[in-house]
Design a protein around this ligand. Structure first.
Ligand code: 1GP
Length: 251
């Protein structure tokens, strides 16, 4: 199985080189929007484009991914809210297990159903422990998953959950306050998790400014994911990307 993107995330982590990803929700883009966004992403040296959403209502995932790939060489990683959100045109897929919840369907059930076609897709599959942290308001992911998020001040729950995921063999941890969260995940929680695990950590949900992106990286995030803030103000792509890439690497 392919491992190109995962190996580069591991290499980056070794020298604490941080990465920046823009989340593209297929429901919110058309061809023109994709063209503009990819151009901005290339100019801003965005590392990855994540494509997906908790609810993808539109039926044009393949077209969205193909359009992105036509425009640029930035790797496209699927961030599926449902098992149907798989496109062979992407580069990789976050194979998410909702480890902060206790809904068996999202821990393993949907994986069993989707395993044959996920495997057949030929995508790079990255097993991801997905932890939803309370962001101050119910988000689509918490509603759809019918799972209680980890309280934002319970660092030890987040930490133990991430440790368990790592020992279970998961390759990535995604700490998410949910799309459009009122409150992004606090740096203390990110740091508590980062100090105890070795696998790369993605952090997203409610990140609105470059300073927060930078502080999250300093706290231990390896890859910052931003969606909503950029949908509202595309000029933030460059500022956010610059902030993430300004974190000093280890020589
Ligand atoms: C959501 O982490 C992502 O799952 C991005 O969140 O849209 O709030 O940036 P935002």
């Amino acid at each position: 199985m392919k491992q190109t993107i995962y190996l580069s995330l591991l290499e980056n982590k070794k020298v604490q080189q941080k990465s920046f990803a823009v989340l593209v929700d297929p429901d919110k883009v058309n061809a023109q929007k994709i063209d503009g966004l990819t151009q901005l992403a290339v100019n801003a040296k965005v590392d990855y484009l994540l494509v997906g959403g908790s609810l993808v209502i539109s039926n044009h995932l393949d077209e969205v991914v193909q359009r992105i790939k036509k425009n640029c060489t930035i790797p496209v990683i699927l961030f599926p809210g449902t098992p149907s959100q798989v496109s062979k045109y992407a580069d990789a897929l976050l194979y998410l297990s909702l480890i902060s919840g206790r809904n068996p369907e999202l821990l393993i059930g949907q994986h069993v159903i989707s395993a044959p076609f996920v495997k057949k897709s030929g995508l790079e599959i990255m097993s991801t422990g997905y932890m939803v942290i309370d962001g101050g308001a119910p988000t689509t992911v918490s509603y759809i998953s019918n799972a209680t998020p980890i309280p934002s001040d319970k660092n030890e729950i987040a930490l133990c959950t991430a440790m368990a995921a790592e020992m279970l063999g998961m390759k990535l941890i995604y700490m998410d306050a949910g799309s459009g969260a009122k409150r992004a995940i606090n740096e203390e929680m990110i740091n508590a998790v980062a100090k105890q695990i070795e696998i790369p950590i993605l952090v997203g949900g409610g990140i609105k400014d470059p300073e927060k992106a930078y502080r999250n990286c300093k706290a231990g995030a390896d890859l910052i994911v931003v969606g909503n803030a950029i949908e509202k103000d595309e000029s933030l792509i460059k500022e956010m990307s610059d902030a993430v890439h300004s974190v000093p690497i280890i020589h």
